[in-house]
Design a binder for this molecule. Structure first.
Ligand code: AHM
Ligand code: MG
Length: 352
């Protein structure tokens, strides 16, 4: 055997395209801004680090004593799951180390948290839902983390942390989510397209797998909790009937996971429409504007889709409170154009 020759000809084939990690991608993107300090990539690395910790815990959920409820009631009046608490702590821990962040606001905390009190360098706020869809944890169904990054408004100090985050979604400078599904995927945008990175568990790195994602113009599925259908406003019911009956060219099937982040991820990849309308028990809708609707609305628009609250563009809504709820209709151009024609314009002529 010619050992020397074998050593000179390694068996590993060359990758067909370069491997790009999320950190490399962010750094490359920042070259668009001459003089950029790199602090924004340092901030985002806090999110990637925290979500790796969360995914590791989610993956081991059945093996550890982590399943089940913590017992505390969170600000939404819901029983907190242990993984909710872990995920919240992981994000706060990882993001608190970033000097550029002044304010953190979480679904799990009633008030925004001030970090680096007094630091002149603090000029970003991060708003997040640490573990979206947490009722799915105990049954091995996908859950996720959503996040939104805002810049400190001009003239607002550290003594007014609420004002850092009470900004319309159009002011987000970056937003994204991570789905802990059959694989772990990070999807984010800094306003320059939408990019997806799949976590390679062997090396612990998010690798670019879905560059420049575009939502299909039209899809096959609608996604809504049909159990509440009788309590939706009448035009929503009619709209869903149109989808089922094939008015838009084909008869739609339905898919509903009950984790917004996973339902949105499917809608981003496959097209269609996701709705959480006003219902009898949640007349304002159930989803939270700042850390659920705004990030997905930002991503949807960046990918060529649309997001409205039933009447208005989600990104134009001026929030009044941190945990404010909103109805949400988000998806492909064709389905949303039909919603606007059939529901929004009809309602403005004659309220349903
Ligand atoms: P959560 O943040 O407490 O998990 O609640 C939000 C979730 C969304 O992920 C999902 O779209 C919705 O609640 C499901 O609600 P429902 O069970 O009413 O369909
Ligand atoms: Mg949530």
């Amino acid at each position: 055997m010619n050992l020397k020759l074998e050593l000179l000809e390694p068996t590993m084939s060359k990758p067909s395209s370069p491997i790009i990690t999320v950190q490399q991608h962010i750094l490359q993107d920042q070259k668009r801004f001459p003089g950029s300090s790199g602090e924004f990539s340092w901030l985002l690395s806090g999110i990637t680090m925290a979500t790796k910790l969360i995914q590791a815990k989610v993956r081991r959920a059945g093996l550890t004593d982590i399943l089940g409820e913590q017992g505390d009631i969170n600000v939404q009046g819901e029983v907190q799951q242990k993984l909710d608490v872990f995920s919240n702590d992981a994000l706060i821990h990882c993001l608190s180390a970033r000097e550029s962040i002044g304010v953190l606001a979480s679904e799990e905390d009633e008030k925004p948290l001030l970090v680096h009190k007094g630091s002149e360098n603090a000029h970003y706020a991060v708003v997040f839902d640490p573990l979206d869809g947490s009722s799915n944890i105990d049954v091995n169904v996908s859950v996720g983390t959503t996040f939104s990054i805002l810049r400190r408004p001009e003239g607002i100090g550290l003594d007014e942390p609420e004002k850092w985050v009470l900004q319309p979604g159009a002011k987000q400078i970056a937003a994204g989510y991570v789905v802990y599904g059959s694989s772990t995927i990070l999807v984010y945008s800094v306003g320059n397209g939408v990019h997806g990175f799949t976590l390679d568990p062997a090396v612990g790195a998010y690798i670019l797998s879905h560059p420049n994602m575009k939502m299909p113009e039209q899809g096959k599925y609608y996604s809504v909790n049909e159990a509440y259908r009788d309590t939706f406003p009448v035009r929503y019911r009619e709209y869903i009937r149109r989808l089922r009956e094939g008015t838009l060219g084909h008869k739609y099937a339905s898919r509903y996971i009950g984790s917004m982040v996973a339902d949105f991820h499917r809608t981003l990849l496959k097209g269609g429409v996701f709705l959480y309308p006003p219902t009898e028990s949640n007349p304002e809708g159930k989803l939270r504007l700042l850390y659920e609707a705004n990030p997905v609305a930002f991503l949807a628009e960046q990918a060529g889709g649309t997001a409205i609250d039933g009447t208005r563009r989600v990104l134009d809504i001026q929030p009044k409170s941190i945990h404010q709820r909103t109805p949400l209709v988000v998806g492909s151009r064709v389905e949303l154009a039909d919603f606007e024609r059939f529901v929004v314009q009809a309602d403005s002529r004659q309220p349903a």
